[in-house]
Structure formats: structure tokens, C-alpha cells
Design a protein around this ligand. Structure first.
Ligand SMILES: [Zn+2]
Length: 155
């Protein structure tokens, strides 16, 4: 007999899928490998606020999000730029919001997250989040406004 319907997924499979869909962004992910005790109290407070705000975005987005870069120490920051071949300190943005626990990047390989965020600027305003403009492959989100005040800004 010809099979008309695909096999019924097991409860375990469904639960695994549901857990993945419902999984919120964790503090650990925002810490990006740092130990909380090494993070200054002020930065911890920023991260706590960021965590709540990005999870509002996460809930509305409705799909898993991967943090590619969260909190950065100055050492991490310099390493990231040095790896890109940028050594000149005047070419390295020292005001990066990653350094103070105010920003994180999400993986966005197909640009769908960026597009969605760009189309939902009213939501970003409600959550008090700002994004870098024209990023390709990731979405930078921060809890503080840039100098321009633009929801999507050129860093
Ligand atoms: Zn970023």
C-alpha cells in the first residue's frame, strides 16, 4: 500500500523542537565566555537590562536566535580587530557598546532577521533597542541610542 502521510513524529522529537523554538536568550550567551565575577557591576546591570529587551525581540521574532558576540572585554575587542588586520588604535571603535554590556550581535545568515527588524522599528522603539545599519550576516542590537538617535544607525 502506498504511504500517504509521513511518519508521525515521536513525542521526544516534538518536545525537542518545541524546546528549541521556546528557548530564550540566556545571560550566559550574552556573557560570551566571560565569568560574571570578572564583569564590573555596572556592566552586569547593562547586561541584565539588555537580556530582558532582547528576549522581547526574541519572543516577537518567534524563532531561535544565536548570539555571535555579546559582552567583550577590551582584550577581546582588540583581538577581534587585530584578527581583521586592523592594528591602528585610531581605527578601532573604542566606544563599542559591546564593551559595556550594552550590545550583542545575532547570527543572520540570510538577512531575514535584519529585514524583519527594519520593518518593525515601532517594536524596537517600544523595547528601546537600536540597530546598526546595513550589517550583512548579523544583526547588531544595543540598548542605548547612538549619537544620531536613528533607530538604524551607521556606527
Ligand atoms: Zn555588534
Amino acid at each position: 500500500m502506498k504511504k500517504l502521510l509521513p511518519d508521525i513524529p515521536s513525542d521526544e522529537e516534538i518536545n525537542r523542537k518545541l524546546q528549541e523554538i521556546e528557548r530564550m536568550i540566556t545571560y550566559k550567551e550574552l556573557l560570551s565566555g566571560h565569568v560574571l565575577s570578572d564583569v564590573p557591576i555596572a556592566h552586569q546591570q547593562h547586561l541584565e537590562d539588555l537580556l530582558i529587551k532582547v528576549n522581547k525581540l526574541r519572543a516577537e521574532w518567534g524563532k531561535p536566535l544565536i548570539v555571535t558576540s555579546g559582552y567583550r572585554s577590551m582584550q577581546d575587542h582588540l583581538r577581534i580587530y587585530h584578527a581583521k588586520g586592523i592594528i591602528d588604535p585610531s581605527k578601532i571603535p573604542m566606544q563599542s557598546k559591546h564593551l559595556s554590556g550594552d550590545a550583542c550581535d545575532f547570527s543572520d545568515p540570510d538577512g531575514s532577521l535584519y529585514k524583519w527588524a527594519f520593518e518593525n522599528q515601532d517594536k524596537l522603539a517600544e523595547w528601546e533597542l537600536w540597530c546598526e545599519k546595513d550589517t550583512k550576516g548579523w544583526l547588531h542590537v544595543q540598548r542605548l541610542p547612538p549619537k544620531s538617535g536613528n533607530r538604524f544607525f551607521v556606527p
